[in-house]
Design a protein around this ligand. Structure first.
Ligand SMILES: *[C@@H]1O[C@H](CO)[C@@H](O)[C@H](O)[C@H]1NC(C)=O
Ligand SMILES: *[C@@H]1O[C@H](CO)[C@@H](O)[C@H](O)[C@H]1NC(C)=O
Ligand SMILES: [Zn+2]
Ligand SMILES: [Zn+2]
Length: 445
C-alpha cells in the first residue's frame, strides 16, 4: 500500500472514531453543502465498496433478460430485508420498490435497471457470466449494486431523512419498456422527482456528464410486409414484384430526413432488415423490411411515425403492391425522448459540484441512443446522467453492448453517493420551498 493510501485510511478511521456516523455528521441541515462529500467518503469505505463489488459480481455471474430478472430481484429483496427496508413486490413482474424515511411526502425516487443482454460474454475473468448467451454488457449489474449501496447509507441515516426516498429497481430496460409497465401499476404515483444514472466509458472516473432538456432520442421500431404476386423471374409481366417495390420504398424513406426534416432537428430513419426471395429465378410473393427511427421531440417523432407509414403504403401502391406497417414489434412500444427537467438540472449541478468539483461536471451532447427512463421522465420530473468510469491508466474500456464490456468497479462509490446525495438534498430543499398547492394531497404513495 502506498503512503498516501495509508494516510487516507488512517484519516478515514480517525474520522469515524472521533465522530461516530451520527446522523448529524452526514445529514446535518446546517452543513448541507457537505452532504455530498460525506456520502462519497462513506461510499468509499472499504467495507461498503467490498459489499457493492460482491453484489455486482453476483449479479454479473447470473445475467437475466428483461422481465426474467427473478434471481436478481430475489437478491435485491434479500438485501433490503436484511437492512429492514420495507418494499413492494412484484411490481411489473420482477420490479421491487423500497421505501426509506418517514413514509410520508415528499417522495423522491432513485432508479436502477436490472436486465442483461442476449450476448455471449467474451471477457475471461473470475466472475464471467455463467449463463451461455447472456451477459451484463450495459452495466445494469453495477446500477443494482450502486442503488443498494445508496440504500445502505440512507437507511443508516433514516431518522434524518425529511420525507421518503423511494428505491426503484426496474425490469426490462433494454426492450419491453419495463419503466412503462411499472408506471402502469400506479405504485409510483405522487413521486415528486426521479433520478437515474448510467455508467459510461466515455467519461473519466470521478466525472459526471449530462445536460438540461432533451438528452437521449425517442426511438421506435417499424416492420412492413409488402405483398405482391410471385412468379417466374423470366416472366415479370405475370407478377407484381415486391422486391422492386420494397427497394423503392426504402429509397423513398431516405427522403424523410433529407427533405422533410429541419436540418437542425436531428432525426434518423434506418432500414436495417430486408427479407424476401430465396431463388435466382423466382419472384417472391412478399418482402419484409424493418428498421428504427429516432427523433428529439415528441412532435418530430410522431411526424416521422406517420410519414413512415404513408411512404411505405403509398409507395407500395405505386408499384401495385399492398403493404401493412407495424410499429409495435415484440410488444416493445416506442421509447419517448428522454428530457431532463430544468429545475432538477440546477439541483444536480449543485450536488455534483459539491461532491466532485465544477471541473468534473461535463456538458454532454445529446445522443441518438434511447433509454426507457424516458417513460418516468415523461410522467414525473426526471433527471438522467452519465457517471464516468474511464481510468486512463487502465486502458480504454469497451462501449456498452460489446461482448468485451467491462465495468470499472471503482465507479460504484460515485454512483451510490450521487444517488444518496441527490435524494437527501432534494428532500431537504423541498422543505424550504413554499408548499405546493397539491402538497397536502400526497400523504400516501
Ligand atoms: C391488395 O389488397 C386487396 C384488398 O385486400 C386485394 O384485392 C389485392 O389482391 C391485393 N393486392 C396484392 C398485390 O396483394
Ligand atoms: C485509476 O487507476 C489507478 C491505477 O490503478 C489508481 O491508482 C487510481 O486510484 C484510479 N483513479 C480513480 C479515480 O479511481
Ligand atoms: Zn443497454
Ligand atoms: Zn443500459
Amino acid at each position: 500500500m502506498e503512503f498516501f493510501k495509508w494516510v487516507s485510511l488512517i484519516f478515514t478511521i480517525c474520522m469515524f472514531i472521533s465522530k461516530p456516523t451520527s446522523s448529524n455528521f452526514v445529514l446535518g441541515k446546517e452543513s448541507s453543502s457537505e452532504i455530498p462529500v460525506n456520502f462519497l467518503n462513506l461510499a468509499k469505505k472499504p467495507e461498503l465498496v467490498d459489499w457493492m463489488v460482491g453484489i455486482r459480481r453476483k449479479v454479473h455471474e447470473n445475467p437475466e433478460l428483461g422481465f426474467e430478472e427473478f434471481e436478481t430481484s430475489k437478491l435485491i429483496r434479500t438485501e433490503l430485508h436484511k437492512m429492514d427496508i420495507p418494499f413492494t413486490y412484484p411490481v411489473a413482474v420482477t420490479g421491487v420498490v423500497g421505501f426509506i424515511g418517514t413514509g410520508k411526502p415528499p417522495f423522491v425516487a432513485i432508479r436502477a435497471d436490472m436486465d442483461a443482454l442476449p450476448i455471449q460474454e467474451g471477457v475471461e475473468w473470475e466472475h464471467k457470466s455463467k449463463i451461455p448467451g447472456k451477459m451484463h454488457a450495459c452495466g445494469h449489474d453495477a446500477h443494482v449494486a450502486m442503488l443498494l449501496g445508496a440504500a445502505k447509507m440512507l437507511q443508516e441515516h433514516r431518522n434524518d431523512i425529511q420525507g421518503t426516498v423511494v428505491l426503484v429497481f426496474q425490469p426490462s430496460e433494454e426492450r419491453g419498456a419495463g419503466a412503462k409497465k411499472m408506471l402502469e401499476t400506479g405504485v409510483l404515483e405522487n413521486i415528486d422527482a426521479i433520478f437515474g444514472l448510467h455508467v459510461s466509458p466515455n467519461f473519466p472516473i470521478g466525472a459526471v456528464a449530462t445536460r438540461s432538456g432533451p438528452i437521449l432520442a425517442g426511438s421506435g421500431l417499424f416492420e412492413a410486409v409488402i405483398n405482391g404476386k410471385g412468379g417466374h423471374a423470366a416472366l415479370p409481366q405475370h407478377t407484381v414484384d415486391p422486391i422492386l417495390a420494397a427497394s423503392n420504398v426504402i429509397v423513398s424513406l431516405q427522403h424523410l430526413v433529407s427533405r422533410e426534416a429541419d436540418p437542425l432537428d436531428s432525426q434518423v430513419v434506418t432500414v436495417s432488415k430486408f427479407q424476401g426471395g430465396g431463388a435466382f429465378n423466382v419472384i417472391p410473393d412478399s418482402v419484409t423490411i424493418g428498421g428504427t427511427f429516432r427523433a428529439f421531440s415528441k412532435e418530430s417523432f410522431m411526424q416521422l411515425e406517420q410519414r413512415i407509414k404513408e411512404v411505405i403504403t403509398g409507395q407500395a401502391t405505386v408499384q401495385r403492391c399492398n403493404a401493412t406497417v407495424n410499429f409495435n414489434i415484440k410488444n416493445s412500444p416506442p421509447y419517448p425522448v428522454t428530457v431532463n427537467n430544468k429545475d432538477l438540472h440546477e439541483h444536480f449541478r449543485n450536488v455534483a459540484t459539491e461532491m466532485l468539483g465544477a471541473r468534473n461536471i461535463i456538458e454532454m451532447a445529446p445522443q441518438m441512443g434511447s433509454e426507457d427512463f424516458a417513460f418516468f421522465a415523461e410522467k414525473i420530473p426526471g433527471y438522467f446522467f452519465s457517471v464516468g468510469m474511464q481510468n486512463e491508466t487502465q486502458g480504454q474500456l469497451e462501449r456498452g453492448h460489446s461482448p468485451y464490456y467491462i465495468v470499472n468497479e471503482d465507479v460504484l462509490p460515485y454512483g451510490a453517493a450521487l444517488h444518496a446525495s441527490l435524494a437527501t438534498k432534494y428532500l431537504l430543499e423541498y422543505q424550504s420551498k413554499p408548499t405546493s398547492p397539491e402538497g397536502s394531497l400526497h400523504d400516501e404513495l
